[in-house]
Design a protein around this ligand. Structure first.
Ligand SMILES: Cc1cc2nc3c(=O)[nH]c(=O)nc-3n(C[C@H](O)[C@H](O)[C@H](O)COP(=O)(O)O)c2cc1C
Length: 169
């Protein structure tokens, strides 16, 4: 069930098997996209120094990535599809679900519409560091690793169920 997927920001000091990363990527590549345009690209980052630089992408909300053995950058191409945001978001969640299925924890770090500092957007900071073409945008970074924290599964509360309407609002 999806309720056991929680945002995990603390990871064991243990590398992720290559086969598991491959499975995550392969499953993500089957994500639905508008008009099947697949306006995304991914960078799988395992190098410690590179991950360290990603963890500094924002003043707040990204520092925990420093302890992740793997970070996947999810990049969208606005010139390929006007709904690249939807497509990259679906792919990012696919990464999270595929990782969860293999006992790995993940957490999304928002990049799009976020600042690195007063001068640079978070996306431009990463584009410069990772050689990403100028017309593309980094949507988010997903930290992945073996969980080193426990979180209770989500519960199907009345409040949550009240979000759902049948036939009319
Ligand atoms: C679009 C989006 C942006 C997020 N941005 C961040 C972020 O920048 N840093 C962070 O630590 N968590 C981030 N999160 C994780 C959320 O805080 C988390 O999903 C939410 O609190 C619900 O908790 P859960 O994932 O354990 O269900 C983001 C999640 C989403 C979907």
């Amino acid at each position: 069930m999806f309720n056991t997927r929680r945002s995990i920001r603390k990871y064991k000091d243990k590398q992720i098997e290559k086969g598991k990363i491959d499975l995550i990527i392969e499953n993500t590549l089957f994500s639905p996209t508008s008009k099947n345009r697949r306006p995304w690209e991914f960078i799988v980052v395992k190098d410690k120094d590179s991950i360290d630089s990603i963890s500094k992408v924002r003043a707040m909300g990204s520092a925990f990535l420093k302890g992740a053995p793997c970070v996947i950058l999810v990049i969208g191409d606005p010139t390929t599809s006007e709904v690249w945001i939807e497509d990259t978001s679906i792919a990012a969640y696919a990464i999270q679900l595929a990782a969860h299925e293999q006992g790995l924890g993940t957490c999304w770090v928002q990049i799009r519409l976020r600042e690195h500092d007063g001068d640079l957007t978070a996306s431009d900071y990463l584009k410069e560091k990772f050689g990403i073409p100028g017309h593309m945008e980094v949507a988010c970074a997903i930290g992945i690793g073996y969980p080193d924290e426990e979180k209770a599964p989500h519960e199907l509360t009345e409040e949550l169920l009240s979000k759902v309407h049948y036939e009319n609002y």
